[in-house]
Design a protein around this ligand. Structure first.
Ligand code: UTP
Length: 291
């Protein structure tokens, strides 16, 4: 097995119902955060983490993503004719930023099923999974931090956040104990999907970044539909845990759930404030609003 993490799978075959009506026609992954579709933030994070090959799992009505990461001949020719060189570089940059392949998930049968659709394109090597609606502001990038842990520990790594109180019930939650040498690493012994607060085995919630060994594909093939009739990725990882080491990793950085309306509003404000060209103007505007 090749030990380097070279490929990242982006499951993007879901229906995005939390963001209706915006996502009736537009894929959730193409909703703009300031001026970039949210999936582009994930692709940029993957590239900055050393990933060479992007695999996007798409579904019906999701072809805008393929057009986005492709050359737009008419747009580029028009920008060139008008002498808009900076914008031309932006448009061309998106088309050339990565090697991208697509695979269709014919029905949204769950996150585990979406990952399984990428089996042939990934092959027998470790790979990353990035959920495009989890936008993470981190330096070094969250995925890079996780790949470093994977290389050190030789086991799958799941990104986690510490969540206290009732909010834990919205997540997959790890059981286990913190690594004595590095409190950011969690030695995982089990996991529970969306537990009640009193049943949660810890406050370590799984979020949308994973580095997995390819054995998970075979285990997902044997995984029966779980909650909501969907094939859950966490069920495949639970089976993996019985055979291999799995670690949680509390990444350094801030995660936004941009697949949720409120999360997208928070991300919009914070990413806009960081933009050098209008951050100060936007800050002044926000101050004016709250006074
Ligand atoms: P979510 O549950 O956040 O996405 O799945 P969703 O189902 O599209 O959204 P809501 O809950 O109805 O609003 C996390 C990621 O997994 C993908 C989604 O596209 C999203 O990026 N996914 C989910 C698939 O690719 N296939 C599926 O069958 C389910």
């Amino acid at each position: 097995m090749n030990d380097r993490v070279r490929k990242a799978v982006f499951p993007a075959g879901g229906l995005g119902t939390r963001f209706l009506p915006a996502t009736k026609v537009i894929p959730k992954e193409m909703l703009a955060l300031v001026d970039k579709p949210i999936i582009q933030y994930g692709v940029e994070e993957a590239i900055a983490s050393g990933i060479e090959h992007i695999i996007i799992v798409t579904g019906r009505g999701k072809s805008a993503m393929e057009d986005h990461f492709d050359v737009s001949f008419e747009l580029d020719a028009t920008l060139e004719r008008r002498g808009k060189h900076e914008l031309l570089a932006v448009s061309r940059g998106v088309a050339t930023m990565a090697r991208v392949n697509y695979v269709r998930q014919k029905e949204p049968l769950g996150l585990g099923h979406a990952v399984l659709c990428a089996k042939e394109l990934v092959g027998n090597e470790p790979f990353a999974v990035i959920l495009p609606d989890d936008v993470i502001d981190a330096d070094p990038p969250c995925l890079k931090q996780m790949i470093d842990v994977f290389e050190e520990k030789h086991g799958s790594v799941l990104a986690t956040m510490t969540i206290d109180g009732q909010a834990i019930s919205a997540y997959g939650v790890l059981a286990g104990s913190p690594d004595p040498d590095n409190p950011r690493i969690y030695n995982c012994t089990g996991m529970v999907e969306k537990p009640k607060l009193q049943d949660a085995p810890s406050n370590q919630a799984i979020i949308g970044r994973y580095v997995l060994t390819p054995r998970v594909f075979e285990l997902l093939e044997q995984t029966k539909p779980g909650a909501g009739g969907e094939i859950q990725l966490t069920d495949g990882i639970k089976a993996l845990l019985k055979e291999e080491k799995v670690f949680g990793y509390t990444f350094e950085g801030k995660r936004f759930d941009a697949g949720d309306k409120f999360g997208m509003l928070q991300a919009t404000v914070e990413y806009a404030l960081k933009r050098p060209e209008f951050g100060d103007k936007f800050r002044a505007y926000l101050k004016e609003l709250v006074c």
